[in-house]
Design a protein around this ligand. Sequence first.
Ligand code: 5GP
Length: 190
Amino acid sequence: MKLLEEKIRQDGRVIGTEVLKVDNFLNHQIDPKLMQAMGNEFAQLFKGQQIDKVLTVESSGIAPAVFTALALDVPMVFARKKKSLTLSDENYTADVFSFTKQETNHIIVDKRFLTAGERILLIDDFLANGQAVEGMLEIARAASVDVVGVGIVIEKTFQKGRAILDEKGIHVESLARIAAFEDGQVIFAD
Ligand code: 5GP
């Protein structure tokens, strides 16, 4: 997606050889017009899939996921990372190792928000080693919902997440694909 690539070139900051900081439009401050355009793009890419719900993980997946859900006119559910007093005891859970934080998060979805047989689209901000998506897939399996595909805002093709999902035969669409970071510059894959 041209608009996103331009934004990454303009505002993204490369940290070392593996991490992109995009906290001024995606991970901390949010650019709502860009999020809306991305939501429309995901809705277009997964058109005709009869999606019932969008699922993501808090917090960075929420903005792109909610605009995707808006474009598809369906609800959006986000997996929580912390158990709160208001959360019921009837949950689906999975452990997700965070690539950027180097810690394991327990992700939680209330059973009331996923119904067996529903067709679910997974959305996340980044695809690196695939841990976050695998956690969502585990929850989807436990809930007996069908995952129609995975929408990723920024995929890093040099990490193993994409290969893992391809091996499972999952339909993955990424709005920007990064092949490498070289001398602090982003090298796009296509
Ligand atoms: P994975 O689970 O695929 O290894 O990593 C994806 C998760 O880690 C995303 O939800 C995202 O929050 C975080 N992440 C992975 N790589 C990056 C990166 O280069 N920059 C940022 N800002 N987050 C990343």
